[in-house]
Design a protein around this ligand. Structure first.
Ligand code: DLL
Length: 436
């Protein structure tokens, strides 16, 4: 198998040198963290008042964890470590309630992130000869712009089409002889199911590879899609809090994801105790960002579950590999790649006077895509037979929800008492999507 590197020295750095580099970069980001109101309150209490207080990587353990709610509470600038004049990009993702989380980047931060994306791309064997159709959404979501710049840096021909509009996507794949896609598993499945409608089969296309991520999927889904399209599919993992995609990526061996440890320190902890688990044991993934200065995040609990492979990979990279994501410690739903917390839906529903207190969030899959149906009980006096009024109420609920969760839902109105009632802990989410 041909192995290509983007930055061979860094990618194959002996582990002890890699750890030294991590230590230097950790000191640097702790210096930036100490510029933020958030960490100014936290770090000195933990015995860290200056970067020199980090003497070895073991001192990382002194730093308390940071969680998503901290980001929300620090909104909008409590975690900003540089002057706004230095900030050149802002990304944002959904929080558990209406308040989003925000990530700032300096030009150098973007440069370092882009380099890790370029590395990820080259690790899958893609390069300047490829035509890359970027089917991740552009905008506040990091999947679109992030990978866009990585692919340009490698010299690929980038088609910045973004998500959606299947017919146009297929047309573009044909017109430009696209060879590489970056896409969510649900959308790739959907594309396959829609192809006959346009009289196409995978043989009419020139696809060679897809990087697949932003939502969980199983090895069987990868194998199935590889077979359906006759292409190689690589797992692409990241999260906006750690810049976006390119935190961990599969190499040509496709045997789980190299975590770019010169950019991110990974820890796997027992989510109940916060203590580290042994290599090979599943736990919550915790990352420290070593390369972003505008918004430093130390020991960030991702709520993703995975385990680490300590053994080396035949590709020669010394970055350890992480398993695919096996689950989450919270109730976050990923709907066609968009993260949605049930609490966001509840918050919106409860702000609408016509809506009663009972509701259900229902997820199903149609033609490969996820469908969100929100079933709500409304007061019986509203069922007057005025269909137009009910239709208007449905539209209103959908509009309000979309303003918060960014995606469309089907709204079903129900009479009081008709949805399942709960005496104990309510089970409001019914997920009937078959496992991807
Ligand atoms: O999803 C960044 C990204 C974009 C990754 C494009 C890969 C490709 P967020 O919107 O912040 O960022 O969502 C992050 O999505 O904590 C995981 O729960 C989930 N996730 C991302 N990639 C994968 C993957 C982007 N390959 C959250 N497998 C993460 C499973 C994934 N889950």
């Amino acid at each position: 198998m041909e192995i290509r590197y983007w930055n061979q020295r860094l990618e194959t750095l002996p582990r002890h040198e890699l750890r030294q580099l991590q230590l230097e970069r950790l000191r640097e980001v702790v210096g930036y963290a100490l510029q933020t109101p958030f960490y100014q309150k936290r770090l000195p209490k933990a015995g860290i008042s200056s970067p020199e207080d980090i003497r070895s990587l073991d001192d990382l353990k002194k730093i308390p964890f940071t969680v998503k709610d901290d980001l929300r509470q620090a909104f909008p600038k409590g975690l900003l470590a540089v002057d706004m004049e230095k900030v050149v990009r802002i990304h944002s993702s959904s929080g558990t309630t209406g308040i989003p989380t925000v990530i700032y980047y300096t030009a150098d931060d973007l440069d370092r992130w882009t380099d890790l994306l370029a590395r990820s791309i080259v690790a899958t064997g893609a390069g300047p000869a490829d035509v890359f159709q970027n089917m991740m959404s552009y905008g506040l979501f990091t999947g679109g712009l992030g990978m866009h710049y990585g692919a340009e840096r490698v010299g690929m021909a980038v088609i910045p089409v973004g998500g959606g509009n299947t017919q146009r996507q297929l047309q573009i794949m044909r017109d430009f002889r696209t060879t590489v896609l970056h896409i969510t598993p649900s959308y790739l499945l959907h594309i396959h199911q829609r192809m006959p409608e346009f009289g196409l089969t995978p043989a009419d296309l020139n696809l060679k590879k897809a990087w697949m991520g932003a939502e969980p999927h199983s090895e069987n889904t990868r194998l199935k899609l590889q077979e359906l399209f006759g292409i190689d599919i690589y797992n692409s993992y990241g999260l906006s809090e750690m810049n976006g995609p390119g935190v961990a990526f599969e190499c040509v061996y496709k045997n789980d994801l190299h975590v770019w440890e010169d950019g991110y320190i990974i820890e796997i902890i027992d989510p109940r105790t916060g203590e580290p688990v042994e290599d090979g044991q599943e736990g919550e993934v915790v990352f420290t960002n070593l390369i972003r200065h505008a918004l430093p995040l130390l020991r960030y609990r991702t709520r993703d579950l995975a385990f680490l492979h300590p053994e080396p990979c035949p590709c020669g990279r010394t970055a350890r590999r992480m398993s695919r994501i096996t689950g989450r410690t919270d109730d976050m739903l990923i709907i066609n790649g968009v993260n949605v917390f049930p609490s966001q839906i509840e918050e919106v529903l409860m702000s609408i006077p016509e809506v009663g207190t009972n509701y259900q969030i229902h997820l199903s899959r149609h033609e490969g895509l996820d469908r969100l149906t929100v079933k709500v009980e409304i007061y019986s006096k509203l069922f007057t037979g005025d269909l137009a009024a009910l239709e208007a109420l449905k539209n209103k609920i959908n509009e309000k929800l979309r303003a918060s969760i960014t995606i469309n839902s089907r709204i079903e109105l129900h009479e009081p008492g008709s949805l399942p009632a709960f005496e104990g802990k309510a089970k409001r989410v019914v997920d009937e999507r078959e496992k991807l």
